[in-house]
Design a protein around this ligand. Structure first.
Ligand code: PEP
Ligand code: MG
Length: 584
């Protein structure tokens, strides 16, 4: 599609991460950091104005912090100390007086002076060895950001407050932002940045909100109130469409709805290939509220419960009882089918605002998932206790994310044993033989799969991260999103290696990345030996239908054929050609 500058409709292409076609009004949400520009102030009279502006911004910031503290719900009142510490930072001479001094001495604008003070404070913090104290720089940055916003007069809008039927247009939305969306109101969203398997996209899919990401400059092209067509299937956006565009997309919308509802009616049928091989189809989920959708779409259990959203949604750490209650309900509703509860996978693009996690330059390679949990073992143990307590209410198994080697499994299992011992001492009942598995999503775990398989009960292959780490592409980065393709021969070979290692060791293996719900991949996955797939609930009816339309023999031949192809493009072309036999 081409971009048309100037008036008239503009057609943009991005990455469709959540299907569905919507037509509605744009609502711009500013999630960018306040931009700071250097200004030299020539006129002496203006210097005093600059000092006054800075002091007024401090006063407004203090008032905001007080209002925030007073409006905190009772159960998170203990977190008010964070806001108190922010108020103290406001009064700190290194931030406050030093900035005023810089405005006066260097004749610069308040924003630039504040950034300079912040830079000096950062340098001091960097010299502190104590990780806890040096980590407090995040609080200082947070306060400085708030002052900057007040200097610029910008307000950060809470997405939960949006009550109109609008399409959100933002530079970026975090997974936390997405969980705040009022899904009965917000029709969909489009963003400048993001990739196919970003967690924001996965959440949009789960919440059934059509979304297109990676549009690069959409926030510059769209004005508040513009009419938009968003096609989450094709990754297309039309800004201020003409009448015939609207008619075309309305027709596509009707076709899409007719197709999905005809497929949905067959969701409860088992996924058995024409030559009689049964494939187990499970669902991925993020919130308790999704369990019923899993059942409605024909999921035979939950292959991946991403538990971190409970932590992102709550103001502070959820208690053991909160977690237990959530897991118990999921297990009970889905019983007698199983549920695989993944231990906390925070970090990367999932940063809760209330937890002490330092900002990292390279978060995808940083203190994420099992690494974070092993550094904060009390958080992991609380979660394990909750999972164990819930384990008598259904078929629960536990899974560790982002394992890179054996030591992490041994360390996590030691914490699990401690949790079991405590519960035994407290005479609390649980399933002593709970199964423990790992996600295979780091290339080192693929290489070690034969060894790791001796220490766990099952593997689940997380291709979203495996593609990111094996092909060295940030899964949230729109500039390399074109490379985030499951058809890369290296990825197919890695998956096969893991499946072989699991089968040799006699343990179960499944695949739970977005690839599992991509109908173009289904023949390859079956052909390389997978018999268990876990996917977004909405993809289940379609994938079951694909399985019922092919034979395992054909799938094995397909896999053999693509293993002779050496580029991602060649494999994709093969997949597209092949899909003409089983997709409309
Ligand atoms: C994966 O990485 O493939 C996966 C399923 O986990 P997540 O998307 O939550 O990182
Ligand atoms: Mg992952």
């Amino acid at each position: 599609m081409t971009k048309h500058p100037g008036p008239g409709p503009k057609e943009l292409r991005g990455i469709g991460v959540s299907p569905g076609i919507i037509i509605g009004k744009a609502h711009l949400v500013d999630r960018s950091k306040a931009k700071v520009q250097y200004q030299y102030i020539i006129n002496d009279a203006h210097i005093n104005r600059e000092v006054r502006r800075f002091k007024e911004a401090l006063t407004i910031t203090e008032e905001q912090l007080t209002t925030l503290k007073n409006s905190m719900p009772d159960h998170v009142k203990e977190l008010a100390v964070i806001l108190d510490s922010h108020r103290l930072i406001l009064k700190d001479t290194m931030l406050n007086d030093a900035t005023v001094q810089k405005i006066l001495d260097e004749k610069i604008n308040a924003e630039w002076a504040l950034m300079r003070s912040l830079q000096e404070i950062r340098q001091i913090f960097e010299q502190i060895d104590d990780k806890y104290i040096s980590g407090r720089i995040n609080d200082v940055e947070n306060v400085a950001d708030r002052i900057l916003r007040n200097l610029s007069g910008k307000k950060q809008q809470h997405l939960a407050e949006i009550t109109e039927r609008v399409i959100i247009v933002a530079h970026d939305l975090s997974p936390g932002d997405t969980t705040e969306l009022n899904v009965s109101r917000v029709m969909g969203f489009i963003t400048d940045i993001g990739g196919r398997t970003s967690h924001t996209g996965i959440l949009a899919h789960a919440l059934q909100i059509p979304a297109v990401v990676g549009l690069e400059t959409v926030t510059d092209m769209v004005k508040e109130g513009d009419l938009l067509i968003v096609d989450g299937n094709a990754g297309e956006v039309v800004v201020n469409p003409e009448d015939n565009d609207i008619i075309t997309y309305q027709e596509k919308q009707l076709e899409h709805e007719a197709y999905t509802s005809s497929i949905a009616r067959t969701g409860h049928l088992p996924a058995v290939t024409i030559d009689g091989h049964k494939i187990a189809i499970f669902a991925n989920m993020e919130f308790l509220e999704e369990v019923t959708a899993v059942k409605e779409h024909g999921g035979e259990g939950i292959g991946l419960y991403r538990t971190e959203f409970l932590y992102l949604r709550s103001k502070g750490l959820p208690s053991e009882d909160d977690l237990f209650e959530d897991y118990r309900q999921v297990a009970e509703i889905i019983a007698p089918n199983p549920v695989t509860i993944r231990s906390l996978d925070l970090g990367g693009d999932k940063i809760p605002t209330t937890l002490e996690m330092s900002k990292e330059i390279n978060p995808a390679l940083g203190l994420r998932a099992i690494r974070f949990c092993l550094k904060e073992p009390h958080i992991l143990k609380t979660q394990f206790r909750a999972i164990l307590r819930a384990s008598i209410y259904g078929q629960i198994q536990v899974m560790l994310p982002m394992v890179s080697g054996l030591q992490e499994i041994l360390d996590a299992k030691r914490i699990l044993e401690q949790a079991k011992k405590e519960l035994d001492q407290e005479k609390i009942d649980f399933n002593h033989d709970i199964k423990v598995g790992i996600m295979i999503e780091v290339p080192s775990a693929v290489t070690m799969a034969d060894i790791l398989a001796r220490h766990v009960d099952f593997f689940s292959i997380g291709t979203n991260d495996l593609i990111q780490y094996a092909l060295a592409i940030d899964r949230n980065n729109e500039h390399v999103a074109y490379m985030a393709q499951p058809f890369h021969p290296a990825i197919l070979k890695m998956i096969q290696q893991v499946v072989v290692a699991a089968k040799d060791a006699g343990i179960a293996v499944s695949l739970c990345g977005e690839m599992a719900g991509d109908p173009l991949c289904t023949p390859f996955l079956l052909g390389l030996g997978l018999e268990n797939l876990s996917m977004n609930a909405r993809a289940i009816p379609l994938i079951k239908n694909v399985v019922r339309s092919i034979t395992l023999q054909e799938a094995c031949d397909d896999f053999k054929n693509v293993m002779k192809l050496h580029t991602e493009k060649a494999v994709r072309t093969y997949a597209l050609e092949r899909s003409k036999n089983y997709l409309p």
